[in-house]
Design a protein around this ligand. Structure first.
Ligand SMILES: [Zn+2]
Length: 381
């Protein structure tokens, strides 16, 4: 494949990059297949011992827990009798919290949360139990992986905000007003700011991942809370420590470049023509008019979340964990801004504690730890 591209003398950088990528992917698939086969042999030799047939139960376990198919078994042990099993697809139904509320005759809620409004007045449209619907709201509901806002509607504490169709429903601790009343509302600005920073950091991280790992990287999921953010990406092999370091470095480069973030509504067709289908990374459900969040020359996504106005506002991004969550899907967890500083400070505290315990200083701490370990090893013997 490499030869063909070179022979064609197409020195298109992107094509060559793609060829190398395909080779890399195939090499990895080959390795994975070999490993899979090895695992199958070890499992089957244990199950079969001196039998020459597999029970339905065993076949189901092999397939559902280890991904070992009938084809693989037959290729390895042609003389073994393998039962046909009906493959049940695991239906992962998202358990959505259903609230008993009728939205008939409730008009869609006017949204204020994209306009930097945190204090507002609104009319109470409907109250059902502890759920409140207003004619307009600046409370951001949980959506697109971003956690909801909190705050106050009059004297009632807002505990949760959800979106049902185009109606936004607030769950409060108690009702302190009547339907039809005009109420004063206040959104917790601090919480929103952290959520917006974590959300923006997620877009920056995706761009950094695509730059370091390759353009095949696609977002498989994301979540942004006030504690941390996570980004699930598709990638075909384990992410090395050096790559993680590089991703963090790239992400913080983008942060420090102080790049403007544009947010606007645009016709879907126009957006797809202009930016391509990569805008649907975040699982945005396309409608006629879509909301675009653009970090100039870095990342463009259709996104309904809230973001800061420039990358510099994210301050700093620190990756705190990377793990494989499914075949070809990796989860990166990270913190931004004050959470990143808090994280580093906590690490420093642990470091200082260890230093004290070892009676060491910055220069000899590793030496002292090694010494202690050696002593412990000797004692154990
Ligand atoms: Zn987003």
């Amino acid at each position: 494949m490499e030869i063909t591209a070179n022979q064609l003398k197409i020195f298109d950088e992107e094509l060559i990059e793609s060829v190398n990528l395909v080779i890399d992917v195939l090499e990895n698939e080959k390795k994975k297949y070999q490993e899979h086969k090895k695992k199958a042999i070890s499992l089957l030799s244990r199950i079969l011992k001196d039998k020459n047939e597999l029970s339905e139960e065993e076949m189901r376990m092999l397939y559902e827990s280890h991904g070992i198919t009938k084809d693989i078994i037959v290729s390895l042990y042609p003389h073994i009798k393998v039962p046909e099993i009906e493959i049940k697809k695991e239906e992962r139904k998202k358990v959505e919290k259903k609230i008993n509320i009728s939205l008939e005759n409730v008009k869609e809620t006017e949204t204020l949360f994209y306009n930097n409004i945190f204090d507002f007045k609104a009319k109470v449209e409907k109250i059902v139990d502890n759920y409140v619907i207003l004619d307009k709201t600046a409370f951001f509901p949980r959506m697109g992986g971003q956690d909801h806002d909190v705050g106050y509607i009059s004297e009632s504490k807002v505990l949760e905000v959800i979106k049902i169709g185009n109606v936004i429903v607030h769950k409060v601790d108690k009702i302190t007003f009547k339907e039809g009343e005009i109420v004063e509302c206040k959104v917790d600005k601090n919480r929103r700011e952290i959520l917006s920073k974590h959300h923006t950091a997620a877009h920056i991280m995706l761009a950094a991942c695509r730059k370091v790992l390759g353009k095949h990287v696609w977002q498989a999921g994301a979540e942004k809370t006030i504690e941390k953010a996570r980004l699930d990406i598709t990638h075909y092999k384990d992410i090395s420590e050096q790559e993680i370091e590089k991703i963090e470095e790239e992400a913080n480069k983008i942060v420090n470049q102080n790049i403007k973030i544009n947010k606007f509504f645009i016709e879907r067709n126009e957006a797809e023509k202009k930016y391509g289908f990569k805008i649907y990374q975040g699982g945005y459900v396309p409608s006629k008019i879509i909301r675009i969040v653009e970090i100039e020359n870095v990342d463009v996504e259709a996104c309904s979340g809230t973001h800061v106005n420039s990358t510099k506002e994210v301050e700093y991004i620190k990756i705190i964990n990377v793990k494989k969550i499914a075949d070809n899907v990796y989860r990166l967890e990270f913190v931004a801004s004050e959470n990143a500083i808090k994280f580093l400070k906590e690490k420093e505290k642990i470091y200082e504690e260890i230093k004290k315990l070892l009676n060491a200083n910055d220069e000899n701490i590793i030496e002292k730890a090694k010494e202690l370990f050696e002593k412990w090893k000797k004692l154990k013997k």
